[in-house]
Design a protein around this ligand. Structure first.
Ligand SMILES: N=c1c2ncn([C@@H]3O[C@H](COP(=O)(O)OP(=O)(O)OP(=O)(O)O)[C@@H](O)[C@H]3O)c2ncn1[C@@H]1O[C@H](COP(=O)(O)O)[C@@H](O)[C@H]1O
Length: 99
């Protein structure tokens, strides 16, 4: 995979951030960010998708692993936006750990 292909990650983050700044009725992201349960709804999804990812890996089905990991990554990004964490901050932390 080329570096350009990974730009979907920053694009998606920006879309999620835009949903926070410009709420709309029919948006799934807004339904999570503005849920009556608050951050707990997002954490519920992160938990669910984590379990589904673990089960997919255990099933040895690569397509499922990719599908469920994508769901997990997406919900993690919603969590980052909800808590004001940028992808740069995550990258900086990972960079600090680089040996
Ligand atoms: N990448 C995604 C994405 N991945 C997963 N999902 C949604 O995440 C949910 C996954 O949860 P589940 O599998 O548990 O499905 P569910 O039963 O509908 O979920 P719940 O009822 O339990 O909340 C599904 O509703 C998927 O549609 C996503 N929804 C949106 N996006 C991106 O986010 C952007 C903004 O979306 P909107 O906010 O809807 O405009 C879109 O342009 C997409 O690029």
């Amino acid at each position: 995979m080329t570096e350009t292909d990974l730009s979907i990650l920053t694009e998606l983050y920006d879309i999620i951030k835009d949903r926070k700044e410009n709420p709309s009725e029919d948006s799934y992201v807004c339904s999570l960010l503005n849920h009556r349960k608050g951050i707990d709804k997002i954490l519920e999804k992160v938990g669910e998708e984590s379990i589904e990812t673990i089960l997919a890996v255990k099933s040895e089905n690569k397509e499922e692993m990719i599908y469920e990991s994508s769901d997990l990554l997406f919900h993690l990004m919603v969590m980052f936006v909800a808590k004001g964490i940028s992808l740069e901050e995550i990258a900086t932390e990972l960079k600090k750990r680089r040996k």
